[in-house]
Design a binder for this molecule. Structure first.
Ligand code: NAD
Ligand code: UDP
Length: 331
């Protein structure tokens, strides 16, 4: 079975490529390297002893994309490519809508033209917006009060996929709604390596631990949560990657969405304490005002994925910290 992976040199895509290669799938990757490095391919080869075919192209370049579909027959597409920085998307909405929506539409048109009907799409818990309850199930209405242009692109793409699956029942589409992916492959060879000052909690903690940033600001300690700090559902990226493999077997006519999360919320303070335990020393941190747009807490109800994908998480936040420390030591 040959799988086209868009965004396959990125953080999550590269972990899925490793799982696919380890399970014997043939893989071709498309990525424009706007947020990843070509050296990831060598790391994937070190882990799997296999090197996937790589095309450095932009999904916005439709003629070149068409050519790739003409040259190879794909059984399945996994679509990770997209811009994902929440704050940047608010500053540059047109770039985000163009890249994420036009890129996806180009991909879908090529798939339809070449009769490739199996698709697994990287969606996000952000499609739920602010539903007013913290535990998200797939049957909640999506799209209300989504605070960023990034989040809206995920919602809009899901709507496009639903319409497409109705118009052309040949399509078998699964959207996987990720909660907060963290950690990396236990080899320490691939992982998340953002440039500059990170926005997300995990990479920020790592930069403080390395001494590249002086201290972590914990955004808000007066929320109505058990310790006053925000709670999220942190999922190890290897568990997340395995969820994609499980989804392949569940593809059927139409559109279906699944939450990929642990179902257990963890607070920012608990994350800091876990890191300190694993790293064996205190992490400099202070309490700062709330960050605009943050919800106090939300987590996945993963029972649909547990049941229908026959998938569940096995790794912990401790595993994620250990693996991330190992990734940093390899840099
Ligand atoms: P990432 O930035 O590491 O990977 C995305 C890859 O897509 C990058 O390698 C980038 O170079 C590539 N890309 C972007 N636009 C492209 C284009 N027009 N043409 C070709 N390649 C392009 O991000 P990630 O964390 O691996 O996320 C993968 C997917 O999962 C994204 O769609 C993201 O929105 C989604 N997602 C991520 C998270 C998260 O917290 N990491 C949470 C929910 C959903
Ligand atoms: N957070 C924090 N300090 C940081 C980065 C994040 O306190 O430097 C908190 C943030 O307020 C949120 C949680 O950590 O409650 C996870 O934030 P992240 O940006 O990683 O993911 P989000 O859930 O916002 O997508």
């Amino acid at each position: 079975m040959k799988v086209l992976v868009t965004g396959g040199t990125g953080y999550i895509g590269s972990h899925v490529v490793v799982e696919l290669l380890n399970q014997g799938y043939e893989v071709e990757i498309i990525d424009n390297l706007v947020n990843s490095k070509i050296t990831v391919l060598d790391q994937i080869e070190k882990i799997t002893n296999k090197k996937p075919i790589f095309h450095q192209i932009d999904l916005l370049d439709k003629p070149v994309l068409e050519q790739i579909f003409t040259n190879s027959h794909f059984d399945l597409v996994m679509h990770f490519a997209g811009l994902k920085a929440v704050a940047e998307s608010v500053e540059q909405p047109l770039r985000y809508y163009n890249n994420n929506l036009t890129g996806t539409i180009n991909l879908l048109e090529c798939m339809e033209n070449h009769h490739v009907y199996n698709l697994i799409f990287s969606s996000s818990a952000t499609v739920y917006g602010n539903p007013g309850i913290p535990e998200y199930t797939e049957n909640l209405e999506t799209g209300h009060n989504i605070s960023s242009s990034y989040g809206k692109t995920k919602y809009m793409i899901e709507e496009i996929l639903k319409d497409l699956a109705i118009a052309n029942p040949n399509f078998n589409i699964i959207a996987l709604r990720y909660f907060n992916p963290i950690g990396n492959h236990p080899s320490g060879l691939i992982g998340e390596d953002p440039n500059g000052i990170p926005n997300n909690l995990m990479p920020y903690i790592m930069k403080v631990a390395k001494g590249e940033l002086p201290e972590l600001s914990i955004y808000g300690n007066d929320y109505s949560t058990p310790d006053g700090t925000c709670r999220r559902d942190y999922i190890h990226v290897v568990d997340l990657a395995k969820g994609h493999l499980s989804a392949i077997d569940a593809l059927e006519s139409g559109f279906k969405a699944y939450n990929l999360g642990t179902g257990s919320p963890v607070s920012v303070l608990e994350m800091v304490q876990t890191f300190e335990k694993i790293n064996g020393k205190p992490l400099p941190h202070k309490f700062s005002p709330r960050r605009a747009g943050d919800l106090p807490e939300f987590w996945a109800n993963p029972s649909l994925a547990n049941r229908e994908l026959n998938w569940q998480t096995t790794l912990t936040t401790e595993d994620a910290f250990r693996d991330t420390i190992s990734f940093i030591e390899h840099q």
